[in-house]
Design a protein around this ligand. Structure first.
Ligand code: AN0
Ligand code: CP
Length: 313
């Protein structure tokens, strides 16, 4: 596997989910595979889970890991044919070429700007890394997708489902800051290839890009959407149009135990970090119906399955 940026990079996503589950059962079976191989991770944005779980995954495979807060390095120019006489000290062509000589796999985290729709939806920064790196690149959340999160979420659903084809609802919830659409986009993209029935619920105006949301039913009544569902996946996102705007912070959209009681013994999921009593009330997160810690745990085995394919081929 030369890149892992979306479900479309994986010919057999369901098999990859099974590989992650089998690595969870036996994390150290490939602990010599990564000997003398290095993962270099660059973070243009903050991270707790992705940074630690992907590092742990690499260590389980016997790899070495170098992580860097990319904002502490030289500011990078990503455009071509620029006279570089302002704040950008280094071009992506040199930077990606240099890092490729230190790395067997490069990981990049780069959030959306939420201001430049065209650049974000072209996944410009991640794709410039892929263009100029000579080693495989794994997305650690890009402007429009978070595939390692989605893969871990597929594992979590697989582990906790009680029906062959569970009902899954992706619900928008309020948040004080404008957040990317990446987690929601990516979750939809992976759910489309899994054996689930997916519905999205959000206030009018929060429709996601047709690139992801096309063909997925929308239920604008959140309580109705929750009825009889097996998994509630909660996430905030800013509007796709007008791009990056907060249209609504209606506290009535917070996930509560009262709403969870409308489900069919439904489980609560969230990628974290989560703002308690804004997106979801304490009672839900503190109850056994919450799978948020299991999701975070599965991040390790999702990353391990991906890295194993990258260094094992
Ligand atoms: C980020 C987001 O919504 O994309 C990262 C989630 C994994 N969340 C926040 O910035 C709170
Ligand atoms: N869920 C997730 O990706 O968390 P971090 O932003 O902490 O990596």
């Amino acid at each position: 596997m030369k890149k892992f940026t979306s479900v479309h990079d994986v010919p057999d996503p369901k098999t990859l989910v099974q590989e992650a589950m089998s690595l969870k059962a036996n994390p150290f079976v490939h602990d010599a595979l990564g000997r003398h191989k290095t993962l270099v991770m660059l973070f243009f944005n903050p991270s707790l889970r992705t940074r630690l779980s992907t590092e742990k995954a690499a260590l389980n495979l016997g790899m070495s890991v170098i992580s860097m807060n990319a904002t502490e390095g030289w500011q990078l120019e990503f455009q071509d044919h620029v006279v570089m006489n302002s704040d950008k000290a280094e071009h992506i062509r040199e930077a990606a070429g240099v890092i490729s000589q230190y790395a067997d796999v490069i990981g990049v985290r780069t959030f959306s700007s939420l201001t430049d729709h065209e650049r974000d939806y072209a996944d410009f920064v991640l794709n410039r890394f892929i263009e100029f790196a000579s080693v495989p690149v794994v997305s650690l959340e890009s402007a429009i997708r978070h595939p390692l999160q989605s893969l871990a979420d597929c594992v979590t659903i697989e582990e906790h489902k009680t029906k062959a084809r569970p009902k899954v609802v992706l619900t928008w919830a309020p948040h004080p800051r404008a957040l990317p659409q990446a987690v929601a986009n990516s979750f939809i993209e992976w759910m489309k290839v899994m054996d689930v029935d997916l519905t999205v619920t959000h206030p009018p105006g929060y429709e996601l890009s047709p690139l992801f949301a096309e063909g997925v039913p929308i239920e604008y009544d959140q309580r109705k959407a929750f009825e009889g569902v097996d998994f509630i996946y909660c996430k905030n996102w800013s509007a796709y149009a007008p791009y990056g705007q907060i249209l609504n912070q209606d506290p009535d959209w917070m996930v509560t135990m009262d709403k969870m009681n409308l489900t069919d013994n439904g489980k609560f999921m969230h990628c974290l970090p989560v703002r308690r009593n804004v997106k979801v009330e304490d009672a839900v997160l503190n109850s056994p119906i919450s799978l948020v810690l299991q999701q975070a745990n599965n991040r390790t085995y999702a990353a391990q399955a991906v890295l194993r394919r990258m260094i094992g081929e």
